[in-house]
Design a protein around this ligand. Structure first.
Ligand code: NDP
Length: 400
């Protein structure tokens, strides 16, 4: 019998919801490129309910305990005295979400003697030391596509919020003001601007498609260029490197994975190649941007705004400078965990577990690491290596 250790974010401060604003979520038939939605044999949850926090348990308890397996669910993930670190010692499977990542560092992998499978309930397995997982011969899998469109929608929202300077206007209303001049002194239209995407995978392409009707000029950079038909349909300009794209753009959206080569990609030197007053939206991973370089660029005016929902480490310490830097539109890591997305990734986790427990192959498109090497999606979009360095700082959030 297997021991499954599941790390989820904390319940709402008001407790697990007893009711929801909507009675249903749309019933999608497949993902935009035709890829099949998760196909578990059964689910024990209602789509649209909160599954990603501790009491939601990703809807897994009945299924796993019904088969005699042990399920431990905790949000206590950081530091040597955390429930996660204690339970990890004999766990067979770890499930974790990028929103509240249980960092699987080399030290932790060494302690986890029985660990065979790490499942990401979402997309982005950079919280796992992938080189360590390769060396250990374990499997890493994620629920590819489950929340890519959720994030693409968030990116469009963040771009509009920054360019129109929406957040300060909202705050003036709360403060009881009618300060139109204050509200609009940094507000512009997106129409006619040039938007560049770093990567045009599921999210990046989703963003480009959604932005086309805004009458903007669209640019992108990618390791594998998109088909000519797609470039024509969206009127895209391709760049073989990010450096040649940046000086032409008013808005940049970052949509590539985090791995050693993209860690701190946006540093002082790269940001200096952007137009003065550019907007930067990063919903990919916090570490792709160098923390203090972003603060400096906002303070100097090199960037007119920065938004996104990804930080490093997570949860971000209370004194993380991105909480207080000027002209930001940051949220906690929420874009990929809407109630709509949760239904898909909970079903995807169940599908992966069903396969693993029945010794059936996990879908190739879910695999990141398998049989001692990068596999499936992992082989396409990642490089081997470790991007978890510094993650122990997440403990600072717990300590206040
Ligand atoms: P995809 O795998 O579909 O897309 C990633 C794309 O990035 C691939 O097309 C890959 O290109 C490209 N890429 C890799 N390295 C580079 C590079 N150096 N420069 C330009 N392009 C590059 O994944 P998704 O679009 O679904 O997700 C992308 C990332 O977004 C995830 O890895 C994750 O970090 C983040 N994410 C964030 C979420 C959130 O809640 N905020 C939720 C989901 C994902 P190629 O195929 O050519 O190798």
């Amino acid at each position: 019998m297997a021991k499954i250790l599941c790390v989820l974010y904390e319940d709402p401060i008001t407790g697990h919801p007893q009711s929801y604003p909507r009675d249903e979520i749309p019933n999608l038939k497949h993902y935009p490129d035709g890829m099949a939605l998760p196909t578990p044999k059964h689910i024990d949850f209602k789509p649209g309910h909160l599954l990603g926090s501790v009491s939601g348990e990703l809807g897994l308890r009945k299924f796993l305990e019904g088969q005699g397996h042990t399920l431990i669910v905790t949000s206590d993930k950081d530091g040597p005295n955390s429930v996660f670190e204690k339970e990890l010692v004999d766990a067979d499977v770890v499930i974790s979400q990028p929103f509240w990542p249980a960092y699987l560092t080399a030290e932790r992998l060494a302690k986890a003697k029985n660990l065979k499978l790490a499942i990401t309930a979402g997309i982005g397995s950079d919280h796992v030391d992938l080189q360590g997982a390769i060396n250990k011969g374990m499997t890493v899998a994620e629920v590819t596509y489950c929340n890519s469109i959720s994030v693409a929608e968030h990116v469009v929202m963040a771009i509009l919020a920054l360019v129109h300077d929406y957040i300060p206007s909202y705050q003036w209303v709360i403060k009881g003001g009618w300060n139109i001049a204050d509200c609009i002194s940094r507000a512009y239209d997106l129409e006619g601007m040039t938007v560049g995407s770093v990567a045009a995978g599921r999210i990046g392409l989703g963003v480009l498609k959604r932005l086309k009707p805004f009458d903007v000029k669209l640019h992108y950079t990618e390791r594998h260029r998109l088909p000519e038909s797609v470039e024509k349909e969206l009127n895209l300009t391709y760049h073989s490197d990010v450096e040649s794209m940046l000086p032409l753009c008013d808005v940049i959206t970052v949509n590539c994975p985090l791995y050693p080569q993209t860690e701190h990609l946006f540093n002082d030197a790269l940001i200096s190649k952007m137009k003065r007053g550019s907007y930067l939206v990063n919903t990919a991973r916090g570490k792709i941007c160098e923390r203090d370089a972003i603060v400096r660029a906002l303070e100097s005016g090199q960037l007119a705004g920065y938004a996104g929902d990804v930080w490093f480490p997570q949860p971000a310490p209370k004194d993380h400078p991105w909480r207080t830097m000027p002209h930001h539109g940051m949220t906690p890591h929420v874009s990929g965990t809407t109630l709509s997305a949760q239904a898909r990734y909970a079903a995807g986790v169940r599908e992966i577990l069903e396969c693993w427990l029945e010794s059936r192959p996990i879908r190739n498109e879910y695999l990141i690491v398998d049989k001692g090497k990068l596999a499936g999606m992992g082989a396409h979009s990642y490089t081997a290596g470790n991007a978890t360095g510094g993650s122990e700082e997440a403990l600072k959030f717990k300590k206040g």
